[in-house]
Ligand binder design. Structure first.
Ligand code: AMP
Ligand code: ZN
Length: 132
């Protein structure tokens, strides 16, 4: 059973803020910050690795539109867009979704990045490896 599919089917309630033919957006039940919203495709795709291009393009557009809308309505100037794919990355619901997390102060949420000190050679090798 996928909890987000159940929400989409209307079997579990949600606080819906947007819906179209391909995607839906509703308030995250945890409200990490006020206005924390999830945007997801109506079709069940486990994560970004399964997402077809037409859906990813559409989601990108809606994430952008909704961010601007939330910025205006909640009178914010900052927002984090976050997406977890896979257990190691912290994904807990295996139906692809993008978090929109409005920010009100730089200390309300901790999003930290570690830093690997790579040599120039390591940077070059890595760059060649993943160059697209
Ligand atoms: P992630 O950890 O990236 O997979 O995010 C899953 C998110 O889904 C978490 O932030 C949860 O708070 C949220 N969530 C789980 N169940 C519900 C629900 N029934 N309605 C709204 N959000 C939910
Ligand atoms: Zn699902």
């Amino acid at each position: 059973m996928c909890i987000f599919c159940e929400i989409i089917k209307g079997n579990i309630p949600c606080y819906k803020v947007y819906e179209d033919e391909f995607c839906i957006a509703f308030l995250d039940i945890s409200q990490t910050s006020i206005g924390h919203t999830l945007v997801l495709p109506k079709e069940h795709y486990k994560n970004i690795f399964e997402l077809p291009e037409n859906i990813s393009e559409h989601l990108g557009k809606i994430v952008c539109k909704l961010s601007k809308h939330i910025k205006e309505k909640l009178n914010i100037s900052s927002i984090n867009i976050l997406n977890n794919n896979g257990e190691i990355a912290g994904q807990t619901v295996e139906h692809f979704h993008i978090h929109l997390i409005p920010r009100y102060s730089d200390s309300d949420i901790k999003i930290e990045f570690n830093s690997n000190n790579l040599s120039k050679e390591e940077f070059n090798e890595l760059c060649e490896k993943i160059k697209y």
